[in-house]
Design a protein around this ligand. Structure first.
Ligand SMILES: [Zn+2]
Length: 217
């Protein structure tokens, strides 16, 4: 799949954000096996159309998620309250998208059964980061983000740019990871972030550039 800027912007308008569009690029380039994204009912038909036109299997959760005023429907964590689809309140449906039906179904099932370990594995998160999430995430800590560090000093010391692991700007669509890295030294997370940046650079150069600039700030 090669994309020009116009195609990428179409992807953004279908999926609703650049981060979500990036994940679809990763999925279609085999950088990611399954994608888990939340959508409100008015957004779903465009997403379903895209998936059926591109040989992607989409499975919807059998429940929806209601967010309190302060929460947003970001895909990182399982915040929000799970309610029946018949509930009258407006909520987001979780969609699991993959190239093969089995992966989408398995991801949906594992979340339905609250098996965060299996879900994390299916979503391609490093084992160390899954462990970290399982131990740190909870009602009192729904954002187990790492404390910020002095990147300038650190990148000089380690000779690698740890800013690639920064997820603090994900609300601004500036982020390469779709999981909480377990530490600033997580090599697997760094490899994922670096691979994705290279992939985007080869597919949608303008997007890779804006991510690089955004992460340096
Ligand atoms: Zn890790």
């Amino acid at each position: 799949m090669s994309l020009n800027d116009k195609h990428y912007h179409q992807l953004v308008s279908v999926f609703g954000s650049k981060l979500k569009a990036d994940e679809i690029v990763y999925l279609q380039s085999d950088e990611k096996n399954v994608v888990r994204q939340l959508f409100f009912s008015n957004e779903i038909s465009a997403v379903e159309n895209y998936c059926s036109g591109n040989n992607l299997f989409l499975v919807k959760s059998k429940f929806k998620i209601i967010f309190s005023d302060l929460e947003t429907g970001e895909t990182f964590s399982n915040k929000g309250e799970r309610v029946d689809l018949s509930d009258k309140r407006s909520g987001a449906i979780i969609c699991y998208i993959a190239k093969d039906e089995k992966s989408s179904l398995l991801a949906a099932l594992s979340e339905h059964q609250r098996n965060d370990q299996l879900l994390g594995e299916l979503l391609g998160y490093p084992k160390c980061c899954i462990e970290y999430f399982l131990h740190r995430f909870g009602p009192e800590n729904s954002n187990p983000e790492l404390e910020s560090i002095d990147h300038e000093e650190n990148s000089l010391k380690n000779k690698i740019d740890l800013r690639l692991l920064d997820i603090s700007k994900r609300d601004e669509d500036i982020c390469l990871l779709s999981h909480f890295p377990c530490s600033w030294d997580c090599g697997e997370s760094f490899n994922i972030a670096e691979r994705r940046l290279l992939l985007l650079a080869s597919k949608v150069k303008s997007r890779a550039n804006s991510l690089e600039i955004g992460l340096q700030k």
